[in-house]
Design a binder for this molecule. Structure first.
Ligand code: PGA
Length: 252
């Protein structure tokens, strides 16, 4: 499955001063980074600062969202050329919090995914179902519909795309999915995504209450190629522990 990818999503947290300490603690706790890709997604206001802190490291920079137009009268928005200028390589698209609180929907997600690819950055398309949907046995259909919509506007060659399965009921709740649940959903995601994107170009992540304690289970599960971590990415040592675990695993 290739190198694992570990992404830290700081959400609306962090400060100029705090990010310096956080990056330092990640670095000092990081074993040899090994065969793992690490990425940090701070808020927009910290991209420049965190970008310069990461410049001397192997850790990559990502954004938490983007607007698909390149420039213009779109108050409050941030474009792909702007993210590129900051050195971003990854962009989270369609995180459930964006869908839940900010009106993001399948149509806007599709436009953002396509625009991100067009600009040569890697979208991290987030999909995931509510607990009620899973309980009604409609979880897979729901997630696959989100996936199809998210990939629907892709055209031409796609260099790399990441898809994060993040069940809404597991995000920030301390109630992670099981590795088996993550693996089963990512298998279905992989089979469908493969029609749109060559297999080697898709990276599959699990997200939702990942901790250093449960990370090894996810990373060992079939079809799980990394994790998207929220809360734990704000704790340098814990995030580094997850990265080190991922770096020490031999993927087949
Ligand atoms: P969490 O968030 O790790 O705090 O559950 C994950 C996410 O929202 O990406």
């Amino acid at each position: 499955m290739g190198r694992p990818l570990i992404i830290g999503n700081w959400k609306m947290n962090g400060s100029l001063k705090g990010s310096e300490a956080l990056i330092r603690s990640i670095q000092s706790a990081l074993d040899a980074q090994g065969e793992v890709d690490l990425c940090i997604c701070p808020p927009f206001t910290l991209l420049s600062h965190v970008g310069s802190l990461l410049a001397a490291t192997e850790i990559k920079l990502g954004a938490q969202d983007v607007y698909h137009e390149d420039s213009g009268a779109y108050t409050g928005e941030v474009s792909l050329p702007m993210l590129k200028e900051m050195g971003c390589q990854y962009v989270l698209v369609g995180h459930s919090e964006r869908r839940q609180y900010f009106g993001e929907n399948d149509a806007s997600v599709a436009i953002k995914v396509a625009a991100t690819v067009r600009h040569g950055l890697t979208p991290v398309l987030c999909v995931g179902e509510e607990l009620a949907t899973r309980r009604a046995n409609r979880g897979e259909d729901y997630v696959l519909a989100q996936l199809m919509a998210g990939l629907s506007l892709l055209e031409g060659e796609v260099k790399e795309i990441a898809i994060a399965y993040e069940p809404i009921w597991a995000i920030g709740t301390g109630q992670a999915a099981t590795p088996l649940q993550a693996s089963a959903m990512l298998r279905a995601i992989y089979q469908l995504a493969r029609n749109k994107v060559p297999a080697g170009q898709v990276r599959l992540l699990y997200g939702g209450s990942v901790t250093p304690e449960n990370a090894a289970g996810f990373l060992a599960a079939e079809f799980v190629g990394g994790v998207l971590a929220g809360g734990v990415s704000l704790k340098g040592e814990s995030f580094a522990q997850i990265a080190s675990l991922a770096g020490s695993k031999t993927y087949v």
